[in-house]
Design a protein around this ligand. Structure first.
Ligand code: MF3
Ligand code: CO
Ligand code: CO
Length: 258
């Protein structure tokens, strides 16, 4: 009935899960100082992979459905799954999402956040702030016996009130013994419906919020997803553990502590 994904046996295992999750988030902290004009996304990808390997973890992205690189780096109108490349150079005013998934001993931690390159426009800053707020609004719904879909009902309500588009095709997911496990954590959902959350569950919340339409298009490389109207988009992602009466962030960036 319940998959292995929600069965955690003891406190020691939780402590280990917690510790390893912190390590995934640390990659995002580490790369912050390198986000500057003129660096290529391939260089960033390699720096992060070196950091991951140095710590004895592994990227879960490379080879996942033939994905060719270690991380996903999505700039401006790229919603998600941007493939790092030598010819893609960061420039002033860009906004960038970096998504890192590590695998240690067969377990996954998945997290992403936004960076700005040098200067940032007021409207991009607002998009980023609101997207982080959307993630927090989603996290507020996480507790045992609440409905999964309330997470997304609330995120959608918040974003729509501000006239943003909320991406529907790519969802949050359980992430435990497989990268993407069911049930998916849908981004647009009716209130009080679907499964309920239970203590020990582990899943991601990862809202993708667009300045314009919610619609997206897939590029010919079969990975890169862009907004249909080429307007900017932002995303933040955490892997969460449902605790006895609340939740815990398994992938806290230093930004969470500010
Ligand atoms: N990290 C992404 C997510 O949040 C998935 C990336 S799949 C990859 O679900 F193959 F592109 F790495
Ligand atoms: Co994810
Ligand atoms: Co991710």
């Amino acid at each position: 009935m319940w998959k292995r994904s929600i069965i955690i046996k003891n406190q020691k295992q939780i402590d280990w899960i917690r510790k390893s999750g912190y390590l995934a988030a640390k990659t995002l902290d580490y790369i912050e100082d390198f986000i500057k004009p003129w660096i290529s996304t391939l260089e960033l990808d390699n720096l992060m992979n070196d950091f991951i390997l140095k710590n004895w973890w592994k990227s879960a992205c490379i080879g996942y459905m033939w994905y060719p690189k270690y991380t996903c780096i999505s700039i401006n109108e790229v919603v998600c799954h941007g493939i790092p490349s030598k010819s893609q150079i960061l420039k002033k005013w860009d906004i960038v999402n970096i998504d890192v998934t590590t695998i240690v001993n067969g377990y996954f931690w998945d997290t992403s956040r936004m960076y700005s390159v040098w200067e940032i426009s007021e409207e991009n800053q607002k998009l980023i702030d609101d997207t982080l707020e959307a993630l927090k609004i989603g996290m507020k719904q996480v507790r045992p016996w609440n409905y999964f879909w309330n997470i997304w009902y609330e995120i959608n309500k918040f974003a729509r009130e501000k006239w943003y588009g909320v991406v529907r095709e790519y969802t949050g997911h359980w992430t435990w013994v497989e990268f993407h496990e069911e049930p998916y954590v849908f981004h647009v959902a009716p209130k009080n419906s679907g499964n309920v959350m239970r203590e020990w569950m582990i899943f991601t919340i990862e809202p993708m919020i667009n300045m314009g339409t919610h619609k997206t298009k897939l590029m010919p490389d079969d990975w890169t997803v862009k907004t249909l109207d080429n307007k900017n988009t932002a995303q933040f992602e955490h892997t969460l553990l449902v605790t006895k009466d609340w939740y815990e962030i398994l992938t806290p960036w230093h930004r969470d502590k500010k």
